[in-house]
Each structure stands twice: as structure tokens, then as C-alpha cells.
Write a protein that binds this ligand. Structure first.
Ligand code: BV8
Length: 230
């Protein structure tokens, strides 16, 4: 049985990383239009780099939690495939031991040249004046998918959804597309669908099954159950 796990900011909340739409979340402090769109970057690259420099620093200091580790344990012990598609830009899944992780909204550890498309490991702090290591232009940006931009790995995600028997959504509010539409795709393709979340998401009614609770309690319990059921 193949499992696809979609994760959102909620799985990293107990590692101390802020979510977006919860109380005191990132979008309570920053307007999306000022920090998470290509227009925002064109208008004020300094502010956008500042926003991602701060998040890169927080993510670098955060530790994976029991939920990240439980998913890595499942991947090692499960007979079928376990593929994580994450909306998160932190690297806590990888540091928690997961191998198959697809960052559909990019990664804080990645840098991209807006002019020539070169990619490299992001330094701790990025600034608009940094020259691209490939073309030399001062056009470096975080390798992050902003609103209005094409998410990464859409073909691979479509293949994963059509091959999966179980689609599990963890820690996402189900507001952002195309990620929020994956449950419908998976369901239409015959998968069983399960939502594990602190509270019911916007798409909760689309899932066959829902469990509510904090990720660090819910996920290890669910993984143990799955592995003992076999
Ligand atoms: C696209 C950047 C075309 C990275 C992000 C008009 C113009 C253009 C586009 C659109 C438009 N109208 C609609 C769209 C589409 C748009 C969209 O969906 N907008 C929404 C707001 C209506 N989407 C896009 O623009 C996407 N691109 O559409 O291109 C296209 C389409 C299809 C195919 C090809 C091309 C690009 C979307 C990516 C944007 N980038 N961020 C960054 O800065 O991090 S989105 C941002 O929101 C993050 O990436 C985040 O991943 C994402 C979703 O948020 P969540 O992860 O769900 O976090 P949230 O705070 O919302 O929820 C947390 C959840 O956790 C809650 O449910 C909470 O209960 C739970 N929780 C909290 N604590 C815990 C917990 N659960 C368990 N345990 C806990 N302890």
C-alpha cells in the first residue's frame, strides 16, 4: 500500500516555527502582498529578503519534533512507498530522517537567480545586492514559490496521487491551492483519505476520515497503529 503525506505549517508548529493563519501567525504580522508575491519582491527586495532571512534563521535553530520523526520511522518500516509532499519551506522532515520529501513551495535553504535561473545553497542572510554566482547579476531571490507562481514538482505530485492508496493531510488549513485540492484528486483516484490536524481544515468534509489533535501526539499514535495493523 502506497502512502502520500501532505504536510503544512502545523507539523512544524511544535518545533517553534510559526504557522500562517493561526493566532499570531505569520500572516497576522506580514501582509502576503508585501512579502510573498513576485510583485512584492520587485517592489521591495530588501523587505522580502528580510522576511526570509528571519525565517531561515528560525528554521535553522528549530529541531524536528516527534511528528517529523514518526513519519521518518514509518518510511523506514513500511513495506510500500511513503512519500511526503510538503508545503513547508523548513528542512525539519529531512532532519527528522525522512528521505522522500518534495518541497512544492520551495526551501529556505535554497537560493535562485531571478535572471539566469541558477540555484545554490542559500547563505544565512541574503541581500538584493548579492551577485549571482553564475551570471554575476544582483538578482538573487529565495528559492521559494510565491503566490501566483507555479508550485514545484506538480507532475511528480500528480503521479504520486494516482499511485497512492492512502492520502494523509497533516497540519494544513487547506486554504492554499493547488495543495488544498490534492485530497479531491486522491479521492477521485480511489485513495482512502485521512486528515490529522489540530482543528478541522477548510477541506475537512472532503476526507473519508479526520482525527483532531496536536501533531506530536496524533502522528506517532497513528504510525504505531499503522505498523501494528500491518
Ligand atoms: C498557483 C510561500 C498557478 C512560502 C506560500 C489569484 C492570483 C494568483 C493565484 C491565486 C489567486 N487566487 C487563488 C490563487 C491560487 C493561490 C491560492 O491558493 N491563494 C489562496 C490564498 C486563495 N495559490 C498560488 O498562488 C499557488 N500558485 O496557484 O499557481 C498554478 C495552479 C495550479 C497548477 C500550476 C500553477 C502558489 C501557492 C504557494 C504560495 N506560497 N508560501 C513561504 O513563505 O512559506 S503559501 C503558504 O501557505 C505556505 O507555503 C504554506 O505552506 C501555505 C499553506 O499554509 P498552511 O501550511 O496550511 O499553514 P496555515 O497556517 O494556513 O495552517 C496551519 C494548520 O496547522 C491549521 O489548520 C492549524 O489548525 C494546524 N496546526 C497548528 N498547530 C498544529 C496544527 N496541526 C497539528 N498540530 C499542531 N501543533
Amino acid at each position: 500500500m502506497n502512502i502520500v503525506v501532505l504536510t503544512g505549517a502545523g507539523i512544524s508548529a511544535e518545533s517553534g516555527l510559526r504557522t500562517f493563519r493561526d493566532e499570531g501567525g505569520l500572516w497576522a504580522q506580514h501582509d502576503i502582498r508585501d512579502v510573498a508575491t513576485p510583485e512584492a519582491f520587485a517592489r521591495n527586495p530588501d523587505r522580502v529578503h528580510g522576511f526570509y532571512n528571519a525565517r531561515r534563521a528560525h528554521a535553522g535553530r528549530a529541531e524536528p519534533n516527534a511528528a517529523h520523526r514518526a513519519l521518518a520511522h514509518l518510511e523506514r518500516r513500511w513495506t510500500g512507498a511513503v512519500d511526503i509532499v510538503t508545503q513547508n519551506v523548513d528542512d525539519l522532515h529531512e532532519r527528522g530522517g525522512s528521505q522522500s520529501v518534495l518541497h512544492m513551495h520551495g526551501e529556505l535553504t535554497g537560493a535562485l537567480c531571478a535572471r539566469c535561473g541558477a540555484r545554490w545553497q542559500a547563505p544565512a542572510e541574503m541581500h538584493p545586492s548579492d551577485p549571482c554566482p553564475a551570471c554575476g547579476e544582483p538578482a538573487t531571490r529565495p528559492d521559494i514559490v510565491w503566490f501566483g507562481e507555479m508550485p514545484y514538482g506538480m507532475e511528480r505530485i500528480a503521479a504520486l496521487l494516482s499511485a497512492c492508496d492512502l492520502f494523509v493531510s497533516i497540519g494544513t488549513s487547506g486554504h492554499v491551492y493547488p495543495a488544498a485540492g490534492f485530497v479531491q484528486q486522491a479521492r477521485a483516484l480511489g485513495a482512502h483519505t485521512l486528515e490529522l490536524n489540530l482543528e478541522a481544515s477548510a477541506g475537512a468534509s472532503l476526507f473519508h476520515e479526520r482525527r483532531l489533535g496536536a501533531a506530536t501526539e496524533l502522528i506517532p499514535k497513528w504510525v504505531d497503529e499503522l505498523l501494528t495493523q500491518g
